[in-house]
Design a protein around this ligand. Structure first.
Ligand code: FPP
Length: 244
């Protein structure tokens, strides 16, 4: 069975349900984020060992600043600790880590950790791990297009970026935070909600979606296998039609 499973090249995950998971246990929401963060570290290795090349997770959205001060501060503390640990993990797993989103809103020390992490892992290629932090897809597109307009004014847009007077997808994509990263094959959203929440709107155009009620802190290897099994079933069905 294991050998028959075709593993997606790129999995994107919306890590949802930490808060509800904690509340159900009579614990503060922040505890859910801590357990969710531990689970992310474990699942990252599981996903790499399965042979998935790209993993992109939604850790903090442009909307998440609206949460209570306590919760946002707790998340900043968690990011601080996690980014440092992630430097070690990147070396150990030969994994390139990139942050997508706008890091300029984070405290200076977090921005520095992001810089160190991205720089020290930039030559690794065993796995490509993207963490969306202060990320929103509309914001990504607006930031990208603002840069494109500035490049256009300076005459720096490539001539082959336009065909028959229309911008190519390749040129547009080169201005996204995910430039150079292939689109996700499978999107997983945990904890019951069935929406995109401003995540990778352009990049998910052809992606298979998998929604599960399981909250992120409980989403372990067995749940991931279920998602990949369902992806395989769907891929075969639609694959057949596509090839005709
Ligand atoms: C959604 O759960 C989760 C978040 C807003 C944060 C995700 C963060 C982590 C998994 C931990 C930290 C990650 C990194 C990369 C360090 P929720 O709070 O929306 O849960 P709820 O829907 O039950 O309220």
């Amino acid at each position: 069975m294991e050998n028959e499973l075709r593993v997606p090249n790129h999995i994107a995950i919306i890590l949802d349900g930490n808060g509800r998971w904690a509340k159900r246990r009579g614990m503060p929401r922040g505890y859910g984020h801590i357990v969710g963060c531990d689970n992310l570290e474990k699942m990252c290795v599981v996903i790499k060992d399965m042979g998935v090349k790209y993993l992109t997770v939604y850790a903090f959205s442009t909307e998440n600043w609206k949460r209570s001060r306590d919760e946002v501060e707790g998340l900043m503390k968690l990011f601080r600790q996690y980014l440092k640990r992630c430097i070690k993990k990147a070396h150990k797993n030969q994994m390139r880590v990139r942050i997508i989103g706008d890091p300029s809103a984070f405290p200076q020390d977090i921005q520095e950790s992001i810089h160190i992490l991205e720089d020290c892992s930039k030559d690794y290629d065993q796995m490509f791990f993207q963490i969306a932090m202060n990320y929103g897809s509309r914001d990504e597109i607006l930031r990208g297009m603002t840069r494109m307009i500035s490049d256009a004014r300076d005459g720096r847009l490539p001539k082959d970026g336009f065909e028959d007077g229309k911008m190519t997808e390749a040129l547009f994509e080169s201005y996204l935070d995910t430039a150079g990263i292939p689109d996700p094959d499978l999107l997983i959203r945990t904890s019951g909600e069935q929406r995109l929440s401003n995540y990778l709107l352009w990049q998910l155009a052809y992606t298979e979606f998998y929604f599960t009620d399981v909250p992120w802190p409980d989403f372990h290897e067995e749940e991931l296998r279920k998602a990949i099994e369902q992806y395989n079933r769907r891929d075969r069905r639609y694959g057949g039609v596509k090839e005709e």
